[in-house]
Write a protein that binds this ligand. Structure first.
Ligand code: SME
Length: 168
């Protein structure tokens, strides 16, 4: 028998402290912003600033049968400012309502290339009720940059930003 190690917190509740700190920062940034658009921009900026592996961070909003690019931050603009739902990794996540983690974009035939530096990607749907209304898209310059902890964190961020959707 090995020594027993008392567990002070259930494993399911463990999370990097940086995620809790970032969520608090995001809540404050959203509350202080002068408009929903400014709040959404602050969210992508804060995510990009706090997480070194979040090389490009953008938000897309559903407009009819398309995703339309909202606020973003990164070294380059993307040409994919309007993506049909069902197309690309972004469109797949919007169609299924499931978070997509792509460890190697070159190995995923759905991938729509934006930046030569991107090696991996995570796309997290934003819901209003049961309906997908947008998503958070993060590109990474390293292979396998994103894991389940990023997914869990960004799904909480998605819940925070759902009220920021632009009015149709
Ligand atoms: N790579 C995405 C397109 C959006 S850019 O990464 C910003 C896709 O495959 O849907």
């Amino acid at each position: 028998m090995g020594r027993s190690h008392p567990v002070s917190h259930p494993v399911a509740e463990e999370r990097p402290a940086v995620h809790g700190d970032a969520l608090n920062g995001l809540r404050a940034a959203i509350a202080d912003a002068p408009s929903p658009e400014a709040a959404a921009q602050r969210v992508v900026d804060l995510l990009h600033d706090r997480f070194a592996h979040y090389d490009w961070v953008g938000m897309y909003w559903v407009d009819g049968s398309d995703l339309v690019l909202g606020p973003w931050i990164g070294a380059e603009a993307t040409e994919h400012t309007r993506i049909p739902i069902g197309t690309g990794v972004c469109g797949a996540a919007a169609a299924s309502g499931r978070t997509e983690i792509v460890p190697d974009v070159d190995a995923d035939p759905r991938y729509l290339a934006c930046f030569a530096t991107t090696r991996s990607e995570i796309v997290v749907p934003i819901f209003d009720g049961g309906e997908v209304i947008g998503e958070i898209d993060v590109d990474g310059s390293d292979l396998e940059a994103f894991d389940e902890m990023d997914a869990q964190f960004l799904e909480e961020v998605a819940a925070l930003v759902a009220p920021l959707r632009p009015r149709p």
